[in-house]
Design a protein around this ligand. Structure first.
Ligand SMILES: [Zn+2]
Length: 204
């Protein structure tokens, strides 16, 4: 099995089946005491080092919804099968935010890479861009990863703040201003169809 080196989870992962019990028990633990960052003014924290927009990540969106009806199905999918993720593993406040980081991203090599380099926050800041690490991530077959090289080039052009605003606008449905997740076919709030501005979902 290919080793997961990046923030590698996807629509296909959501179909995992199994019977492992979740570590988080409804009614016994609440999310109310967790600090939720002000993402309205700290949107840059939603731009991952790899060029993914965390604001469209199902783990980020479920966490920020603070809604057990969104978190529990996600936990159920990821706590079963080979990954056996716990509640702590899936809760996330964004890659470069100051809060919780999903376990996939906490051990992501791309996220860790800028720590050894001066004046590098994102791959787009790096003189080695695009290196094989980010190119491999872009080409690993996951549809949402296939945008990261283009994203990072755009961030170089317009800056992280403008790009974060652009992505917010791209992933939000104008009908209800609710954000779509990477693999949503329609808006979970108003049922509006997936925007043409988002990458095409492959059937099956
Ligand atoms: Zn909607």
């Amino acid at each position: 099995m290919k080793e997961i080196t990046g923030a590698a989870f996807c629509g296909a992962c959501l179909g995992l089946k199994g019977t492992a019990a979740p570590a988080w028990i409804p009614g016994q633990n609440t999310l109310e005491d967790k600090a939720v960052p002000d993402t309205g003014t700290k949107r840059e924290g939603l731009v991952a080092a790899c060029g993914l927009y965390c604001g469209a990540c199902p783990m980020y969106l479920a966490t920020q919804s603070n809604d057990e009806k969104r978190i529990q199905p996600l936990l159920k999918r990821f706590s079963t099968g080979p990954m056996k993720l716990t509640m702590e593993d899936i809760l996330c406040d964004g890659c470069l935010g100051k809060g919780r980081i999903a376990s996939f991203c906490k051990r992501c090599e791309i996220r860790a890479c800028p720590k050894d380099k001066s004046n590098v926050t994102l791959c787009s800041d790096c003189t080695d861009f695009p290196c094989s690490r980010i190119t491999d991530f872009n080409n690993d077959g996951m549809t949402h990863h296939a945008e990261v090289l283009d994203n990072l080039r755009r961030i170089r052009e317009i800056g992280i703040h403008e790009w974060a605003e652009f992505e917010k606008d791209r992933w939000e449905r104008p009908e209800c201003r609710l954000p779509m997740s990477w693999y949503d076919g329609e808006c979970s709030g108003c049922g509006a169809p997936r925007s043409d501005r988002l990458f095409k979902l492959t059937p099956g």
